[in-house]
Design a protein around this ligand. Structure first.
Ligand SMILES: *Cc1c(COP(=O)(O)O)cnc(C)c1O
Length: 395
């Protein structure tokens, strides 16, 4: 039976009913500018204050340490540029990992062109950053170390507390892109010694176009957007009140249901992984246990990731791949090559990411459809037919 199964929650998530209900009044009658003195303006101001408290609570932070932004990308840009451009920065050196999101990679590249020095740390085959290598890379002039909390393509969760302790001991600032992790796994900015943390609404059942940056009290960074001085001069621009309220509600919902969500999604994910790995010549990418609850990611040999995604779509399943030929580049993603996969193997990558709305029946349906789709694609594949005759040729 045909169904619609959205299994691409790492790309974006649907807005939940409770989030939609919380934000709607601010798109209707509560349209006041939060800087205005009359009552509907003050109502908006109060709503932003409450949202700030909820986002702070999710991270174990103080409300004054949260700045709302227009996206996760903006929070990432603000962290890197802000920390390095700050006039009293410790130096001109930045450290990132090789599997960061483009919001970090491309910002680091731009900073390099401005004359800053960037060290890109390799990761192991699971996508874990070796902490001893990180320690060795930190220099007296290292202003900032930026390592993501969890990877968006393979779901690997980094040893953030250990990394935070190492960075602090060396005297640099520590930023983490927690866009995939926030709301999904426990994060405590104090226990993990985090100075700056990015998160995004649309990865946690709030709408697109709102994010937040945690800035530890006492940590100074240069704002990247100047103007009317909103968000304590750190991020000017009239506040996206409805979006901010939505993010606050999403943070509260995630915090209230985190334990049960982790339990349920991990069980669903494990069943999905076990089912997919029954497909011959398929394997898991990312760390087997230190991974996001909802993220299952694979490489399936002798199929093209893009063909797989398009075929799954004809059966109502939304999935994604890190091998994007249609974008004009034949190169697989930097994450897949970063964990040591050959181009050949990485071309068959498939990412299935579950969210709070997914059910047991969704997993059943994926496990019914996917093997059939793989068989059909392999039947058409000269690579596969060649491999069938001499399986020792398979790597
Ligand atoms: C989605 C994502 C971003 C970008 O967030 P936007 O709000 O879409 O700009 C940054 N980092 C990671 C790890 C992401 O998954």
């Amino acid at each position: 039976m045909e169904r619609f199964v959205y299994a691409d929650n790492a790309a974006t998530t649907p807005v939940s009913e409770s989030v939609l209900n919380a934000m709607l009044p601010y798109l209707r009658e509560q349209y006041g500018n939060a800087s205005s003195l009359y009552s509907i303006g003050r109502d908006s101001r109060r709503a932003i204050t409450e949202a700030r408290e909820k986002v702070a609570a999710l991270l174990g932070a103080q409300p004054a340490e949260i700045i709302f932004t227009g996206s996760g990308t903006e929070a990432d840009n603000m962290s890197l540029r802000g920390a390095l451009h700050y006039k009293k920065a410790r130096g001109k050196h930045l450290i990132i990992s090789s599997i960061e999101h483009h919001a970090i990679l491309h910002t680091a590249k731009a900073l390099e062109l401005e004359g800053y020095e960037v060290t890109v740390l390799p990761v192991d085959n699971y996508g874990i950053i070796p902490v001893d290598r990180l320690k060795a890379a930190i220099r007296p002039d290292t202003a900032l170390v930026s390592v993501m909390t969890a990877n968006n393509e393979i779901g690997t969760v980094e040893p953030i507390a250990e990394i935070g302790a190492a960075v602090k001991a060396a005297g640099a600032l520590f930023h983490t892109d927690a866009v995939q992790a926030a709301g999904h796994i426990p994060i405590n900015v104090n226990e993990m010694k985090i100075d700056l943390l990015s998160l995004s609404g649309h990865k946690m059942n709030a709408p697109k176009g709102v994010g937040a940056l945690y800035i530890r009290k006492g940590v100074m960074i240069q704002p990247i957007i100047e103007g009317g001085g909103q968000e304590r001069n750190m991020r000017s621009g009239t506040e996206n009140v409805a979006g901010i309220v939505a993010l606050g509600q999403a943070a509260e919902d995630c915090r209230n249901h985190m334990e049960e969500n982790i339990k349920r999604l991990t069980a669903l994910r494990e069943r999905l992984i076990a089912g997919v790995l029954k497909i011959p010549y398929s394997r898991l990418t990312g760390h087997p246990t230190s991974r996001l609850p909802g993220t299952a990611s694979f490489v399936i040999e002798a199929v093209e990731g893009e063909s797989l995604v398009l075929m799954l779509d004809t059966h109502g399943i939304c999935a994604s791949t890190g091998s994007a030929c249609s974008t004009g580049s034949l190169d697989p993603s930097h994450v897949l090559t970063g964990i040591g996969l050959s181009h050949d193997i990485a071309h068959g990558s498939l990412r299935l990411t579950l969210g709070v709305q997914n059910t047991d029946e969704d997993v059943d349906y994926i496990l019914e459809v996917l093997p059939q789709v793989v068989t059909r694609l392999r039947d058409m594949s000269p690579v596969w037919n060649q491999k069938k005759c001499c399986p020792e040729g398979l790597k």
